[in-house]
Design a protein around this ligand. Structure first.
Ligand code: HPA
Length: 272
């Protein structure tokens, strides 16, 4: 890990970002940026102005950092993420987590779009990630131990904290959102999975599959940040239904689900 790039990124942010530790951090995946409600915007910075981050190359990822207030809370949102499959290494993928850690964030909500493996799911469902399976054989903690990221062998028994999961459940009750819970399998992408892979992940205990979230959650939890994560099930995974998977379908489904996604995130921010 090139930790120098973290120092350069920190220097790109205005001082106001470090004046008060935000009550919550958000990393918003495919289609999730549009669901944010703000009371007061404090700073909005394009990723291109944050050294080492760079614009996301994926449709549906806005590419802005927004510091804002909502329900009297201060929130920092990374709207759009960089992925391992974009080929720039771990630094841009992990940078939002490290910047939030340096800002003093202690509660983090990560969101994504995912393919449904559990046959009880339908496109449009929302799933709390209770646990994950890293199928990629890759881990951003490989390499030297980075200061502030905890010990060499971090415990992963509770990556997604019960305390924050409870806040999501309460937010779902209030908004009448139907919220499932399950295990998320992380793949590198960018190709979607084969039907045989999906059968294998199902037998391993996965309920949904996607190409993100696990790297950020792994680093954040190792660094002592409380993490919760939400998937919008945008399609059923390969071989489960439908002849064809496409990113257009993923984006279309997040548009349809935007009201419920918005209510959940907003209810979470009210309680965090
Ligand atoms: N597979 C992997 N990632 C995804 C999927 C999928 O089916 N849908 C949305 N992101």
């Amino acid at each position: 890990m090139n930790t120098e790039c973290f120092n350069d990124a920190e220097k790109s942010l205005p001082e106001i970002c470090f004046e008060r530790a935000p009550d919550c951090g958000l990393i918003l995946g495919s289609g999730w940026s549009r669901v944010i409600k703000t009371d007061t915007e404090i700073v909005r910075i394009p990723y291109s102005a944050i050294s080492g981050l760079g614009a996301s190359t994926v449709a549906g990822h806005t590419g802005e950092m927004l510091l804002f207030e909502r329900h009297g809370k201060s929130v920092v949102a990374f709207m759009g993420r960089r992925h391992w499959y974009e080929g720039q290494g771990w630094e841009p993928v992990i940078l939002p987590v490290e910047l939030m850690r340096r800002m003093g964030v202690q509660n983090l909500l990560i969101t994504n779009a995912a393919g449904g493996i559990n046959s009880c799911f339908n496109p449009g469902d929302l799933m709390i990630i209770r646990d994950h399976i890293n199928t990629a054989g890759l881990n951003p903690l490989i390499g030297e131990v980075v200061e502030g990221w905890g010990e060499r062998f971090p415990d992963q028994s509770n990556v997604y904290t019960t305390e924050l999961i409870e806040l999501l459940r309460k937010a779902a009750n209030e908004s009448n959102a139907i919220l499932s819970e399950g295990v998320y399998a992380f793949t590198t992408g960018p190709s979607y999975e084969t039907p045989a892979e999906i059968r294998a992940y199902a037998s391993m205990g996965a309920d949904a599959v996607g190409m993100s979230t696990v790297p950020e959650a792994t680093v954040a939890s190792a660094a002592g940040i409380k993490v919760a994560a939400l998937s919008c099930i945008t399609n059923m995974a390969a071989g489960i239904s439908g002849p064809h998977l496409s990113h257009t379908e993923v984006i279309e489904q997040t548009k349809k689900s935007a009201p419920v996604m918005s209510a959940l995130v907003d209810g979470f921010l009210k309680r965090v």
